[in-house]
Design a protein around this ligand. Structure first.
Ligand code: HEM
Length: 142
């Protein structure tokens, strides 16, 4: 994990820990919700069309995004020089597009299921990039 240089007494470490906990908490919620919706998609469950199923992910993902931006601000991360962060954004766009295909836009079950599996792989990559702060993600451990 990356060490952060917080001066004592400025209150930032606690703020950082709180926001990071919110961020990681919403990461867990978003993937659990996505997996559940993927299961409902594959089993043809009507729950996929429930109002709460459509609204809850937006609420969770907004908190995920806002907490991510807040972490950038708290850590004063210079965006353009943080390659891992830029890669995370690119992968996030791929995850959103694949997720949209998986949970609705895909024309056939095969297309939706394939997109769902790729979405999970991209999500795993994003987590790897976040934890290692490297664009190659989990591969640094090999
Ligand atoms: C699917 C989307 C996302 C996933 C799976 C994800 C995952 C994670 C994880 C697991 C961590 C904790 C890393 C650690 O413990 O060191 C983290 C930290 C972080 N994330 Fe995200 N994140 C996502 C979206 C975002 C977004 C949209 C932003 C920015 C707008 C963002 C910015 C950050 C920052 C700045 C950190 C703190 C890094 C540090 O402590 O040094 N994340 N993310």
């Amino acid at each position: 994990m990356q060490a952060h240089d917080f001066r004592p007494g400025n209150g930032k470490p606690r703020m950082y820990e709180t926001v990071k906990s919110i961020h990681v908490g919403t990461v867990v919620l978003t993937i659990l919700g996505f997996m559940l919706r993927g299961y409902w998609m594959m089993t043809g469950s009507p729950r996929l069309d429930f109002r709460v199923t459509k609204i809850a992910p937006h609420v969770i993902d907004t908190v995920l995004l806002v907490s991510g931006v807040a972490l950038i601000v708290i850590l004063k991360l210079p965006l353009m020089s943080q390659k891992w962060l830029l890669m995370k954004f690119a992968a996030l766009v791929a995850y959103i597009l694949l997720g949209a295909i998986a949970l609705g836009r895909g024309k056939s079950m095969r297309a939706r299921t394939t997109a769902f599996v790729f979405s999970l792989a991209v999500f795993a990559y994003i987590v790897g990039v976040a934890l290692t702060k490297s664009t190659v993600g989990w591969i640094v451990f090999l």
